[in-house]
Design a protein around this ligand. Structure first.
Ligand SMILES: O=c1ccn([C@@H]2O[C@H](COP(=O)(O)OP(=O)(O)O[C@H]3O[C@H](CO)[C@@H](O)[C@H](O)[C@H]3O)[C@@H](O)[C@H]2O)c(=O)[nH]1
Ligand SMILES: [Mn+2]
Length: 265
């Protein structure tokens, strides 16, 4: 996952993180890496908060078969509860989410992480010493959730995926090659931690809108006849807030409404 140098990514990245943490896939086989090219303590804080919220969000998604699994997108879709228990569960998880968003937004707006939060993770202190600017700093690597640890569980006791924060080393005199450079760093770092055989790349300004995406992609890679010829699988993108006339064809209407509709029917 890539968080760019833009502040927007700082405050919205939790959509992406939570939607991919909540994939319907065995958590012990899933490791999520966030690359922060903005090198921002507020992105680290947002990820820290998302990791706590995920302990409630993941079991909720599993229990009620939530789609999509970005909390913001899910609440926006006005979900209809199945029964009274679900209704109260929905209200409480929505409240938890909104409180979390408020804490992150307040900290970002005030440019300050509350003292009691800083005390919860020594990672925050990195930004106090040895950090000059987002263009000039050592590698910042923090494993927020270590999936190998049997105590890393959600509120229902299910294991959690590994969750890692990375701001690669930057020096002003070197080119860092934008997203491609970030991906190279992610490859090197992840090969030491989880060394997964398959990598899924998600931009931080979007979320995964289907919890089955990993399994879908793996079907291509594991296809008995075709897999030898397949190097990568590209998911189609759905755009929000496009203009009515959609002059750039961003919503890919033919593909998503005609071809995929037929394909999935
Ligand atoms: O120095 C940078 C610049 C960008 N990014 C990340 O790269 C991704 C794509 O950047 P974005 O600004 O969203 O570019 P778009 O034009 O919206 O992205 C489209 O075009 C890019 C190539 O031009 C592709 O890499 C993207 O996947 C595709 O969605 C984002 O997650 C960024 O955070 C970095 O990690 N470091
Ligand atoms: Mn983009």
């Amino acid at each position: 996952m890539h968080s760019g140098p833009i502040n927007r990514a700082t405050t919205n990245g939790d959509h992406t993180v939570l939607s991919v943490l909540a994939y319907d896939y065995p958590p012990e086989k899933l490791s999520i890496y966030l690359s922060d090219d903005g090198g921002s303590v507020f992105t680290f804080y947002a990820l820290f908060e998302a990791s706590h919220f995920s302990k409630n969000w993941l079991p909720y998604c599993k229990k009620y078969k939530v789609e999509p699994r970005s909390p913001a997108a899910y609440f926006r879709s006005m979900p209809k509860p199945f029964d009274a228990t679900h209704s109260s569960h929905l209200a409480s998880i929505k409240k938890l989410y909104e409180e979390m968003r408020n804490r992150v937004e307040t900290a970002t707006n005030l440019c300050q992480i509350p003292e009691e939060v800083r005390d919860q993770h020594k990672g925050f202190s990195i930004w106090d010493d040895g950090y000059t600017s987002k263009h000039d700093h050592d590698t910042i690597l923090k494993i927020l959730v270590d999936g190998r640890n049997k105590e890393a569980v959600d509120v229902e006791g299910y294991r959690l995926p590994t969750l890692v924060y990375l701001a690669r080393e930057k020096r002003p005199q070197y080119l860092h090659n934008f997203k491609a450079g970030a991906m190279n760093s992610l490859l090197r770092v992840s090969s030491e931690i989880s060394n997964g055989a398959v990598i899924l790349n998600v931009d931080c300004d979007m979320y995964s809108n289907n919890s089955q995406s990993i399994r879908d992609a793996l079907c291509f890679f594991m296809d008995e006849k075709k897999s030898q010829d397949i190097g990568f699988v590209q998911f189609p993108q759905n755009f929000e807030n496009t203009t009515k006339n959609d002059i750039y064809g961003s919503t890919l209407q033919v593909i998503s409404q005609v071809e995929f509709h037929v394909w999935m029917a």
